[in-house]
Write a protein that binds this ligand. Structure first.
Ligand code: FAD
Ligand code: DLZ
Ligand code: SF4
Length: 508
């Protein structure tokens, strides 16, 4: 019997499991633009355009390769709203109920496929270095699931930057040489940009009409939408930006949205690039002496370490993971996240860049928007929905552990051994935001004091019971306890006044 072969919008790889298991001479590939996927959160218009354009290009590529593709466009009059609806419709058309799928990257869809009234074969997604079974074997029985140890396993498994069974250079991790602030450098290369072709232009018009009101600027649109373009973006990054990736990966600059970051996350996540091919290229650059070890190691750690680790954890923890709220935070997400006015220069810059580019780099996500939401006690579920909506690379398996776990400490400390909170000092050290801010990062209390300085202590005080026994936080509590009582009272009073203004919808 002819089979339907499901290819989702983030499964755009020739080697994806369902395609590998199918027979191109008789099976039918089903790809569908559907309202449920374009609407489960208010995705940034650039993200929708990226996924839909890449889907259309991939469908054309499959046809060139000899596959028959039943492709549904979002505005097709016969289209149903959901992936399962489209499978049922195509099943009727082709008189079959047999489907081969690759396991989706989100519990919502995993469950929808499980419950579909079809004969489903769902294959593991093997476009990762570690299978989910391998991750579970590693995690089983461990009290502490820290990424660093998992990463070493992945280094051994792949052989990247290994000298026999020892890490190249003698150390597993070179972050000590990184974490440098950056200064504006007019000569620093920019990530590669691509001019939209006709297919992309048609998608841009569709997205403008259907999703023009979603938060985010659709145009100009310069993302790669084919594997060929994504490979060019990788090549450009490896030659021009990778050498200084390590030192500047934590830096933030008002005038440089990208610094030395690769912007390859979305291409990896939708399947245009493969993690092993990226790391192979990075290792080659190091072997050729064009890239220092700290940059090559730093990059490879993000890809075979963090990326693989968060996926393993998301599926291991189960469908309730994204809804966790370990610190019981319940403040509504402030309107400034959706572009309302703010006087905080760091948040203004991170949100404006997110609106314009559907992109912010890791430290902006973690230590500006994430840090503020955590300090202010925002409901992590609202924070999660925001991150899932606004970034070009946001798919739940990777977004939720980063947001709910790493950034909001809402998983009770599985990913992070202590919350990623900081006062304004950290932001000042790593960026040039504070120089242009209406607040003063040097002021700890009173009119014009940096809100991060106030909220930092407020957070620690309100969660003292939870964190007082954490050895990595003992120093912070000692500093607080040594402060004069009058000063402590003022900090808390000022923090509460700030939160009141935030809740009242004032521009803070
Ligand atoms: P680079 O700085 O060039 O890093 C190289 C690659 O490493 C990235 O392309 C990415 O594939 C991988 N990587 C780096 N850090 C991580 C990480 N923590 N987890 C997984 N992979 C990582 N990443 C996503 O891909 N999708 C998300 O939805 C997402 N949401 C995030 C939410 C929060 C709150 C935080 C703190 C981080 C999130 N990240 C997410 C991780 C990271 O911020 C992005 O992968 C990175 O900013 C993508 O930009 P880049 O390609 O320029 O990365
Ligand atoms: C993100 C996304 C969007 C915006 N639209 C579609 C779509 O129309 N059709 C589709 O197959 N996939 C889409 N995707 C990607 C899915 O949401 C993604 O496969 C799941 O979130 C699982 O990771
Ligand atoms: Fe952000 Fe505070 Fe610096 Fe202003 S002073 S940019 S609010 S850290």
């Amino acid at each position: 019997m002819v089979k339907l072969v499901l290819v989702l919008g983030d499964q755009l790889s020739d080697g994806v499991a369902a395609l590998k298991a199918a027979d191109k001479s008789e099976d039918i590939v089903v790809m569908a633009e559907v309202g449920d996927e374009t609407g489960y959160v208010p995705h940034h218009p650039k993200k929708i355009a990226l996924v839909l354009s890449a889907m259309r290009h991939f469908a054309a590529h499959l046809e060139d390769e000899g596959w028959t593709v039943a492709y549904t466009k979002l505005n097709d009059p016969d289209a149903t709203k959901s992936i399962v609806g489209e499978l049922m419709r195509r099943g009727q058309e082709h008189d079959t109920s047999e489907v081969i799928a690759t396991s989706p990257g989100e519990w919502r869809l995993v469950e929808a496929l499980e419950n579909a009234p079809l004969k489903m074969t769902v294959l593991p997604d093997d476009r990762f270095v570690a299978s989910l079974d391998e991750f579970n074997d590693w995690a089983e029985g461990r009290k502490d699931l820290r990424m660093e140890y998992f990463y070493r396993e992945m280094r051994r498994k792949t052989g990247f930057l290994m000298d026999g069974d020892k890490p190249e250079g003698g150390k597993w991790n070179y972050d000590h040489d990184n974490r440098k602030p950056a200064s504006d450098d007019m000569l620093r290369a920019k990530p590669m940009q691509f001019t939209p072709d006709e297919v992309t232009e048609e998608v841009l018009d569709l997205v403008e009409t259907r999703f023009g009101k979603n938060f985010g600027e659709l145009r100009p649109f310069h993302f790669a939408v084919t594997r060929g373009q994504a490979l060019r973006a990788l090549d450009h990054f490896a030659k021009e930006l990778l050498p200084e990736f390590g030192p500047y990966q934590d830096a933030m600059l008002v005038g440089d949205k990208y610094l030395n970051h690769s912007l390859l996350s979305a291409y990896l996540n939708i399947g245009l690039l493969d993690p092993v091919e990226i790391c192979t290229r990075v290792e080659e650059e190091w072997k050729a002496g064009r890239v220092p070890l700290n940059s090559a190691e730093g990059y490879i750690r993000q890809v075979i370490g963090w990326r693989e680790y968060v996926r393993g954890l998301y599926f291991r923890e189960g469908p309730d993971y994204a809804a966790r709220n370990g610190l019981k935070h319940d403040r509504a997400l402030p309107p400034l996240y959706w572009g309302a006015e703010t006087k905080m220069a760091c948040l203004e810059a991170a949100v404006a860049q997110t609106r314009d580019e559907a992109y912010a780099h890791h430290i902006q996500r973690l230590m500006v928007t994430g840090n503020f939401a955590l300090l202010a006690g925002v409901d992590p579920n609202e924070v999660h929905e925001w991150y899932l909506s606004v970034y070009f690379d946001a798919f739940e398996w990777v977004e939720a552990p980063n947001t709910v776990g790493m950034s909001q400490f809402a998983d009770g400390g599985i990913i992070a051994s202590k919350p990623y909170v900081s006062s304004g000092n950290y932001i000042d050290r790593m960026s040039d935001y504070c120089g242009t801010c209406a607040y003063s990062v040097k002021k700890k209390t009173g009119e014009g004091a940096c809100p991060f300085n106030l909220l930092y202590w407020h957070f620690l005080v309100r969660h003292r019971e939870r964190f007082k026994g954490n050895p990595r936080m003992a120093q912070m509590y000692r500093t607080w306890d040594r402060m004069e009582k009058a000063k402590r009272d003022t900090v808390i009073k000022d923090a509460e006044a700030f939160l009141k203004k935030l809740d009242a919808g004032e521009a803070v």
